[in-house]
Design a binder for this molecule. Structure first.
Ligand SMILES: Nc1ncnc2c1ncn2[C@@H]1O[C@H](COP(=O)(O)OP(=O)(O)OP(=O)(O)O)[C@@H](O)[C@H]1O
Ligand SMILES: [Mg+2]
Length: 402
């Protein structure tokens, strides 16, 4: 099995491989081919949108040499000077023309890097070759000087349709059979980040050359689990109120589940009885607020609820426990989840029956489905007919057989 990363494999080689609005790529090309000394081009936009790769692709198309420095690796002026000073002055009568790429400008941080920004500024003034700067956030104060010396060009976040188009190209090349909806969900979830989308696709589909809806669903559950575990660590392993308060900020999971997680893991972490008592006290008070939110539709109580869950529980201990605990979801969650999965399958079959027989899903669930099970267990021939008639998939047939 090949193990090369698809990010590498599908790195755009020519400008026409890049998913972007034509205008942006035209402007990029224009700047390079009509370069005038004294101004740099500053590309910006969110991650994984093709900034770096479009510069490489353009250099390839034009037959230019690309000299790259990564600003976040190169922390001081001297380094930038020696790296770029040479490259920017070399008269290359017999050599290829060049593009100087200063990527990941955001990495230049704080005071000690002032020199780095200065060096780039100087370079812009002297270089005979076009300089392309790349940043995610060009409006940061530290770039104000560079902004004045640059032409700004925004790489807008790709719409999901554009991400989807790219994913389809990859699927075709890799001979992946995909569920259209599953692929769409992947594309949407990437939020314009084509790199992230390709990564997701590779991890889900490269082993079996298939992408199913179920895989995509499970995958998003996994993401949520990771983020809850992160939040648990933040709460349990700190006594700093600020760290704790932000613990649930990025957790995209419903409140009930967070309670179940807390309930399950609190006693594993807080071993001292006093801490445990205080911790459960905070949890129960959070629960009171949760009740009020639901009863009175009083959403402001979310704030209290989350504060108790985070800072309340975090400050229930005097000091951190040093031991490592593997936080786990409660078994109750899984029972609920399995029940939901079972129901989902049942419902999907009932929907198909409803479609074919022009009845409601509910009726099909009550009146027809119970009779199908024995048929599928005992009468193979009849079961096959029904399977074809209803267009059931393998999982559904399996469910009926069980
Ligand atoms: N617009 C695009 N068209 C085609 N492929 C893309 C595009 N954007 C990203 N990709 C894919 O994602 C990978 C990463 O893209 P790239 O490094 O160009 O993004 P970036 O905008 O520079 O991101 P960052 O801000 O994180 O550096 C590319 O190698 C390519 O496989
Ligand atoms: Mg980049």
């Amino acid at each position: 099995m090949e193990s090369v990363s698809w990010i590498r494999k599908y790195m755009p080689k020519k400008l026409s491989d890049i998913e972007a609005r034509v205008r942006v790529l035209d402007e990029l090309k224009n700047f390079i081919t009509n370069f005038k000394k004294g101004k740099a081009l500053l590309l910006y936009g969110s991650s994984g949108g093709g900034k770096t790769s479009s510069v490489y692709a353009l250099a390839h198309d034009l037959g230019y040499e690309l000299v790259e420095i990564n600003a976040s690796d190169t922390r001081n002026a001297q380094q930038i000077n020696s790296l770029l000073g040479g490259a920017s002055k070399q008269a290359s009568l017999f050599f290829k023309s060049k593009i100087i790429l200063v990527d990941e400008l955001d990495g230049i941080t704080g005071r000690e890097d002032r020199g780095g920004v200065q060096a780039i500024l100087k370079l812009i003034g002297t270089s005979v070759y076009p300089i392309v700067l790349v940043a995610n956030d060009p409006y940061n104060k530290k770039f104000s000087g560079l902004r004045k010396k640059s032409v700004l060009l925004e790489y807008r976040t790709r719409p999901y349709t554009s991400v989807l188009k790219f994913l389809k190209k990859v699927c075709k090349q890799e001979k992946i059979r995909y569920d259209e909806e599953a692929l769409t969900v992947l594309a949407r979830r990437a939020g314009g980040d084509i790199r992230a989308a390709i990564n997701d696709l590779q991890s889900l589909a490269f082993a079996d050359k298939r992408l199913t809806k179920k895989e995509v669903e499970d995958y998003s559950d996994r993401d949520k689990t990771d983020s809850i575990i992160q939040a648990m660590i933040k709460v349990f392993k700190t006594t700093d109120i600020d760290v704790a308060l932000g613990a649930f900020d990025n957790v995209d999971e419903n409140l009930d589940k967070i309670f179940l997680w807390m309930d399950e893991n609190l006693p594993k972490e807080y071993v001292k009885p006093v801490d445990l008592a205080k911790g459960f006290d905070a949890l129960s008070r959070a629960d009171v607020f949760k009740g009020r939110i639901i009863r009175w539709q009083y959403y402001r109580f979310y704030v209290y609820c989350y504060n108790l869950l985070s800072a309340g529980i975090a400050l229930s201990k005097d000091e951190k426990y040093r031991n490592l605990v593997k936080y786990k979801p409660t078994s109750r969650i899984f029972k609920l989840w399995f029940a939901k999965q079972r129901n989902a399958k049942k419902k999907a079959i009932a929907e198909k029956i409803g479609d074919k027989t022009h009845t409601s899903t509910k009726r099909a669930l009550q009146d027809t489905l119970p009779y199908l099970k024995p048929v599928f267990k005992k009468n193979k021939k009849e079961a096959e007919k029904i399977t074809n008639y209803l267009d059931l998939d393998k999982e559904q047939v399996e469910w009926l057989r069980k």
